[in-house]
Design a protein around this ligand. Structure first.
Ligand code: GLU
Length: 465
């Protein structure tokens, strides 16, 4: 029996400063496929476009991936450090491979100056022709020794480029529209189209999962594979992620980077779950998954080709579900850094009770200070003077209560009945007096957790007593 070749996938971001949802989703699908197949997930930094580099962007990428739990498998290059592959550290490999193609007559040195290139471009524009560089336009010899040159990959005449995309099915792209593209620039850096093939081959990548926007670069990639007589990987072009209005997703739609979700107190496993749902479903109605469950059910056949729609409300809902799947104790640990500073003066048992009360409504941890501050500090309020006599009656009624929820409820309902008042109104005023808010968790639970001393102090203060 022949052993099935191992699945090797990669995430290959360019360090340009921001990882949008679509990028993260590509990383996540690659990771899931690697885990599903017990293959390898590789991180490769594509930093050959020097003009677009952003400082610290590599650290930013790593931090995003690590927070989501997308741990990459290899790339241990520098003294045992668990780092990614970095293209700018591999320049000699691209040069060697480009030179090899020149030797074989599949690529050529082109000394065309940038001015002449610009002239050719403008000429095509004036003639309303698409600009397409071919070998007959190239300057194949230098004017002076040491003149700079690029190495261009030559598109030879031949059949259309055909491949079978895992998401898009059979693709047929016209070879004749492709131009002789630059493989190696005059500064010795490769272009994306060349480096991606050399690296995917050398890293033995079996499946290329990437955004749909790279579909149009695939014919060039394939011709490079063919020129080297290398095996072509399975291409898997992922659907775009759009905003709810079907336009290109942006911050305006509430989309954030993984780290911004972390900072707003989303659970990484919920963001993981949500990203996995953007363009994938396992064919059942299940919506909530752990990362391990997703790795189990993930498969390429169920990636959809239609655009995925990013819906921030659905993410909030999903985060809430993950929150409520945890025990309150776990939740307290996970949310520790989001509590208001005053909370530290109270013991854990009290914070657990508070969390238990707000857990039901909690969407993400950054809401915790707003939802809980009154449990730790007396609210500042303005109670209308005409409510004060009623509040005084409440104080009297509760003075000898044991402050169990049941007793609080019995006493307050009895008071409302005896005085012939409206329940909603009275409870609203009490709530305002003890919490400073018009909406809060259930009144009896809130009073119970706040305790007798605090509740009565606040009620007396509000009553002007
Ligand atoms: N460096 C490309 C990017 O920034 C990756 C394209 C690919 O995965 O082939 O999106």
């Amino acid at each position: 029996m022949t052993e099935k070749p191992k699945v090797r996938v990669r995430f290959a971001p360019s360090p340009t400063g921001y990882l949008h949802i679509g990028n993260l989703r590509s990383a996540l699908f690659s990771y899931l496929y690697a885990r599903h197949t017990q293959g390898s997930f590789i991180l490769r930094i594509e930093d050959t476009d020097r003009a677009r580099l952003v400082e610290d962007a590599v650290d930013y990428v790593k931090e995003n991936l690590l927070w989501l739990g997308l741990n990459w498998d290899e790339g241990i290059e520098k003294g045992g450090e668990h780092g990614p592959y970095v293209q700018s550290e591999r320049l000699n490999l691209y040069a060697e491979h480009a030179e090899a193609l020149v030797e074989q007559g599949k690529a050529y040195r082109d000394y065309t100056s940038s001015q002449r290139l610009e002239g050719l471009r403008q000429h095509a524009q004036k003639a309303k022709q698409p600009f397409k560089f071919t070998k007959d336009m190239a300057q194949l010899e230098p004017d002076h020794k040491d003149d700079p040159f690029v190495i261009r990959f030559e598109i030879k005449p031949g059949p259309n480029v055909i491949w079978n995309d895992a998401v898009w099915g059979e693709q047929t792209w016209k070879r004749k529209v492709l131009d002789d593209f630059v493989a190696l620039k005059s500064d010795g850096f490769p272009t994306y189209n060349f480096a991606v093939v050399v690296d995917d081959h050398l890293m033995e990548i079996s499946h290329v999962l990437r955004g749909q926007e790279f579909l149009s670069t695939t014919p060039k990639n394939i011709l490079v594979y063919e020129a080297f007589d290398w095996q072509i990987p399975q291409f898997v072009h992922l659907p775009p992620v759009l905003g709810p209005d079907k336009s290109k997703l942006s911050k305006r739609h509430g989309a954030k980077s993984a780290l911004e979700y972390r900072d707003a107190g989303y659970l990484s496993e919920a963001v993981f779950n949500y990203l996995a749902s953007l363009g994938f479903n396992d064919g059942t109605t299940q919506e909530i998954y752990t990362p391990a469950e997703l790795a189990k059910v993930f498969n390429l056949g169920r990636i959809q080709a239609s655009p995925a729609i990013f819906d921030p409300d659905r993410l909030d809902w999903m985060n809430g579900v993950h929150i409520r799947q945890m025990t309150t104790k776990q939740l307290l640990v996970r949310s520790a850094e989001f509590w208001p500073p005053e909370a530290k003066k109270f013991d854990e048992a009290y914070r657990l009770k508070v969390l238990e009360l707000i857990k039901e409504r909690l969407k993400y941890f950054a809401e915790i200070p707003e939802l809980t501050s009154f449990f730790f500090t007396d609210p500042k309020l303005n109670i209308k003077p005409d409510s004060q006599p009623m509040l005084l009656k409440v104080v009297n009624k509760l003075e000898d209560s044991d402050f169990s929820e049941k007793d609080l409820e019995n006493r307050l309902r009895a008071l409302v009945a005896a005085e012939d008042l409206k329940t909603g109104q009275v409870f609203g005023i009490i709530r305002l007096a003890v919490t400073g808010k018009t909406a809060a968790p259930g009144l009896f639970e809130t009073l119970h957790v706040l305790g007798k001393e605090t509740s009565l102090r606040r009620l007396r203060h509000a009553a002007g007593a």
